[in-house]
Design a protein around this ligand. Structure first.
Ligand SMILES: *Cc1c(COP(=O)(O)O)cnc(C)c1O
Length: 390
């Protein structure tokens, strides 16, 4: 029998051009933060998504942090943010000593509920404490419903930061996901759609703000020969070597998205006859990346819980995960306000309780995917048998 390879949730998938750009950096001794690969990567990415400019960073998290600084977020300020996300959407709010306020999802998109957002705005207005910024997450590669969100934020004069870490290559009504707010950020962590092994980028049409981001992310050095500083700065820029990987990866972005969508399609077909399995919906306003294939599993119908499936898959050396645990349930963040989609009903709690993410890498081959599918099917069938014989 062949040794079976471990199946990862979302491993890096390197193409052919990456090494050439990296070698160029070595050959020309641009082994530094910044350099020609960074400049070109920024230009090429901005062009691809249709933004005026981009600033490459050491991570998606640092890009979010810079966006918050540019939006003027400081100590004691409030920032509204989607609750159903990875903690990196929220940590930069805490870095600034600001206060996150969590906004629920809706079932149609799994993303920020415009209804919950409006209730949060109304409450904030009553208390005369409007947020300084709203961070909208495009979960698992699907754009949030940006029009009603932008409309509400516009009404209250609050800038929008799009956390598009998972949605590079997705679109919303024909526009690239990540370019609809005042600022957008993408991540190039190893598990994202494309990677630089670690990195992120800030995009915007506000070129003045982008110039400021370059200044802040290189230690905020005032123009002087001696080192002069009048603001807090960061060492947050992407290295020229890693930007070379990014340039190669950018060339295969569309292929990577298509491959993830094909992975999703195969799962969908394999479980088509099974009641109790529901896929994260794809909203009609755009195309998602299907960064991760996400679904809900109803244990009352299927006889098996998402956690039992994660464990059964782990026993076969397959990595699966529950859906993100919502931020308002995290020990770190429990003390902050949370606005649900409907009074007394939290959509994100339910998605967390029943949600499951399956291996979704663009390099996942059909044989490996079959292992994932067969493992889940055997779990479901086993419970059926015990149920029937009981
Ligand atoms: C990955 C991710 C981030 C953070 O990006 P890093 O590059 O890992 O810092 C932020 N938000 C979301 C939703 C993510 O999935």
């Amino acid at each position: 029998m062949n040794a079976k390879r471990r199946v990862y949730l979302s491993p890096p998938h390197i193409g052919e051009a990456e090494q050439r750009y990296v070698q160029e950096a070595f050959a020309t001794n641009w082994i530094a933060p910044l350099g020609p690969n960074v400049d070109e990567f920024e230009r090429e990415l901005a062009e691809k998504v249709g933004a005026r400019g981009a600033v490459a960073m050491s991570s998606g998290t640092s890009a979010i942090h810079q966006a918050l600084r540019l939006a003027g977020v400081g100590r004691g300020d409030r920032v509204f943010v989607s609750t159903l996300t990875f903690v990196a959407s929220v940590n930069p709010i805490l870095y600034e000593g600001a206060e996150p306020v969590f906004i629920d999802s809706d079932f149609e998109t799994w993303n920020m509920s415009p209804v919950a957002l409006e209730r949060a705005f109304e409450a904030a207005e009553r208390e005369d404490k409007l947020p300084k910024a709203v961070i909208v997450v495009n979960l698992y590669g699907q754009s949030a419903d940006m029009d009603p969100i932008l409309e509400r934020c516009g009404k209250y004069g609050v800038p929008v930061i799009e956390d598009a870490a998972e949605s590079l290559g997705a679109n919303y009504k024909g526009k690239a996901s990540g370019t609809l707010g005042h600022f957008g950020i993408y991540s190039f962590n190893g598990n994202k759609i494309i990677t630089t092994s670690g990195g992120g980028i800030l995009v915007s049409n506000d070129t003045g703000a982008l110039a400021k981001a370059k200044f802040l992310s290189t230690q905020a050095r005032d123009p002087a020969l001696h080192y002069e500083h009048s603001e807090i700065g960061y060492n947050y820029r992407m290295s020229n070597v890693l930007a070379g990987i990014g340039r190669g990866q950018l060339q295969v972005l569309e292929e990577r998205v298509a491959a993830r969508r094909a992975v999703f399609q195969r799962y969908k077909e394999a479980f088509a006859g099974y009641e109790g399995i529901e896929w994260m919906p794809e909203a009609s306003y755009g195309t998602a990346t299907r960064w991760l294939t996400a679904l809900t599993v109803n244990p009352l119908i299927l006889g098996v819980t998402p956690i039992e499936l994660v464990k059964a898959l782990a026993a076969e050396d397959i990595e699966a995960r529950p859906v993100w645990k919502p931020m308002h349930l995290q020990p770190l963040l429990r003390q902050y306000d949370y606005f649900t989609h409907a009074p007394q009903f939290s959509v994100s709690d339910q998605l967390f309780a029943q949600g499951l993410c399956l291996p979704s890498g663009s390099s996942l081959c059909e044989v490996e995917q079959r292992r994932v599918i067969d493992c889940i099917l055997s779990q479901i069938e086993a419970r059926r048998k015990t149920h029937e014989s009981a």
